[in-house]
Design a protein around this ligand. Sequence first.
Ligand SMILES: [Cu+2]
Length: 323
Amino acid sequence: MMTIIVAVAVILVIIAGSQLLKIAELRAQSKGELIYEVSEKEAKFQGILMLVFFISFMAFFAWQMCSWYGLRLPVSASVHGVDTDWLTGLTYIIITPTFILTNGILFFFCYKYSYSSTRKATFFSHSNKLEAAWTTAPALVLTVLILYGLSSWNAIMTPIPDETDHITIELTGQQFTWTARYAGEDKKLGRSHVTLIEGVNATGVDADDENAKDDKIVKGEFHLPIGMPVQFVFRSLDVLHSAYFPHFRSQMNCVPGITTQFNFIPTITTEEMRKITNNEKFNYVLLCNKICGAAHYNMQMDIVVESQEDYDKWLAEQKTFVE
Ligand SMILES: [Cu+2]
């Protein structure tokens, strides 16, 4: 009943409003006023509002840059990350002035060329020169950015060949934890399948596979030796997760049923990064960057980057999958 009353009231208000408008129109017409014409004064006022909006928006932009600049990530701790940061910086150097200039002109013209009864607009339909200029310039800039981006992408997405010295780590995501598996001496991860998940074998490693015998499974935190290429392989046991390494500028989806991969070379140890960030408690982290459920925010694992010596010592303490 209440709904019907509200609906009727809304309809009545609309009808009353339209009747009032009609009365106003009739009154204006009877006085000989041009009711649909925007006056110069109104147009100028709109133009000033446009300028005020643009200036406030730019002030807000500047304020954000100043007050949040310090919240950026520290210097990249991987080889390719330096390239990625450089590319991001270059992109900002190109798009920031372009954005300010084009929008500045747009809003200023709204003000400067607001309606005037004494001025007639120029009719300008086409210019091949202008078309060519504004097609070529962005095309050139984008080609440079994309080619540079592709070369960085290929560097981390091409699997490390067997003959290159490296370590292989498999990261398995499941609600809401990560498990790391080191490939061991043979540098080959043993087979694994979800159907083999049972009891302590939480990621379904095939114990009968020769390659699996020296695999080491690690929870809580995992270690990386500095300067060593690390081949990562990703799996998921339930839903989509995303392995995000903010300090190494890397991220890859973990997809149920398939493996994904990338590699990077860590360049700064945890100790060094603590000095750089002036934060004794600093730790590299692996985060989940796909909202995967209620405790998604807590799905993380610490990463320790250390010297080869310390890494070897740590790895020797870890148990192999098959004792
Ligand atoms: Cu997740």
